[in-house]
Design a protein around this ligand. Structure first.
Ligand code: NAD
Ligand code: IPM
Ligand code: MN
Length: 359
């Protein structure tokens, strides 16, 4: 098996968090003899600056050739006003779609050391371990028609289309059920079936699949508004949450806060064959870019997910996760997870600490 990684640092804090993550990748690669090699490419605003488009052909070609892609984050105010179809975020959506990365795994796990950093009371979040399975290449993010049109009276109107076919629903539900089978055995499917036909079909399809192929999985359904509330009321009731593109985007940022910070949440975006793109759930954080204060742990934990899901190197993946735990035990914190009595460190120092903990 070839073991090629394409690294796309992206914009804003992307290059900073990626340089910390790349150091960690280098160390595990040697320590565990993984035989991985990697090269760098441009995606997002940096690609617009260099090539005029957010996803240049050379990047897409390299991404298709690679076994895995490691991404920082894209976007920022500099590119927010350019023509919509070539904004950084469109590059991200296009690479997800072109690589067929329909299954987005976003695990919200509370490291016990960070119970104080969560905005919820420690007893509500202690032991939290939720997996959000977000459909990533369909729904309202990609549905046609979409656009901004001018009505006869001269007023402008924006519109998007939320659309899911049975096959798209089935394949993401399957991922959720399979994942649940490896952990708590429970899946909560989140929809808005009381209002939207697209999620009525979602609910029905998920229900049928569970009945026919997953009799041992405990399936429940919840409307998205209630799910948003339940996530902060009693988050530990959830094991695996499966939902569409937009609801998954929103609920995963909410779940991130339960773990202390969005700077802690990694993700894997997988196709049907184990190829994946790995990225933190957060964005390019323009407000803190270039200051060496961003939390690199979500990106470092995304490296662990890459080793687990694409390269099947569970020992190395676990070693990274344990090293993150050790660093937190040492009391080291970036600003976003800082609390009384801890030692505040910058992005690179946090990365270095993980490297040392691995040694
Ligand atoms: P964001 O996630 O970039 O930032 C939200 C808040 O969280 C900010 O206050 C930021 O400082 C903080 N934050 C984020 N990551 C952090 C980290 N690692 N350490 C410490 N604090 C962190 O979301 P936003 O401000 O809504 O978006 C900024 C830009 O990022 C936009 O252009 C958006 O489109 C883009 N974005 C990209 C991705 C991606 O590339 N996957 C994801 C989300 C947003
Ligand atoms: C994410 C981001 C992206 C999304 C944006 C930047 C396109 O918010 O990865 O969560 O909405 O999927
Ligand atoms: Mn998001």
């Amino acid at each position: 098996m070839s073991k090629q990684i394409l690294i796309l640092a992206g914009d804003g804090i992307g290059p900073e968090i990626m340089s910390a993550a790349e150091r960690v990748l280098g160390v595990v690669n040697e320590k565990f003899n993984l035989g991985l090699s990697w090269e760098h490419g441009l995606l997002g605003g940096c690609a617009i600056d260099a090539h005029g488009v957010p996803l240049p052909d050379v990047t897409l070609k390299a991404a298709k050739k690679a076994d895995a892609v490691l991404l920082g984050a894209v976007g920022g105010p500099k590119w927010d006003t350019i023509e919509r179809s070539i904004r950084p975020e469109r590059g991200l959506l296009k690479i997800r779609s072109e690589l067929n990365l329909f299954a987005n795994l976003r695990p919200a796990i509370l490291y016990p050391q960070l119970a104080d950093a969560s905005s919820l009371k420690p007893e509500i979040v202690a032991g939290l371990d939720i997996l959000i399975v977000r459909e990533l290449t369909g729904g309202i993010y990609f549905g046609q028609p979409r656009g901004i049109r001018t009505l006869e009276n001269g007023e402008k109107q924006g519109y998007n289309t939320d659309v899911y076919s049975e096959s798209e629903i089935k394949r993401i539900a399957k991922v959720a059920f399979d994942m649940a089978g490896l952990r708590g055995g429970k899946v909560c499917s989140v929809d808005k079936a009381n209002v939207l036909e697209v999620t009525e079909l979602w609910k029905q399809t998920v229900t049928e699949l569970a009945a026919s192929e997953y009799p041992n999985i405990q399936l429940s359904h919840m409307y998205v508004d209630n799910a948003a509330m339940q996530l902060v009321r009693a988050p530990k009731q959830f094991d695996v949450i499966v939902t569409g593109n937009l609801f998954g985007d929103i609920l995963s940022d909410e779940a991130a806060m339960l773990t202390g910070s969005i700077g802690m949440l990694p993700s894997a975006s997988l196709d049907e064959n184990g190829k994946g793109m790995y990225e933190p759930c957060h964005g390019s954080a323009p407000d803190i870019a270039g200051k060496n204060i961003a939390n690199p742990l979500a990106t470092i934990l995304s490296v662990a997910m890459m080793l687990r899901y694409t390269f099947r190197e569970e020992t190395a993946a676990k070693a990274i996760e344990d090293a993150v735990g050790k660093v937190l035990d040492q009391g080291l914190r970036t600003g976003d997870i800082m609390s009384d009595g801890m030692t505040q460190v910058g992005t690179q120092a946090m990365g270095e600490a993980v490297v040392n903990a691995l040694a």
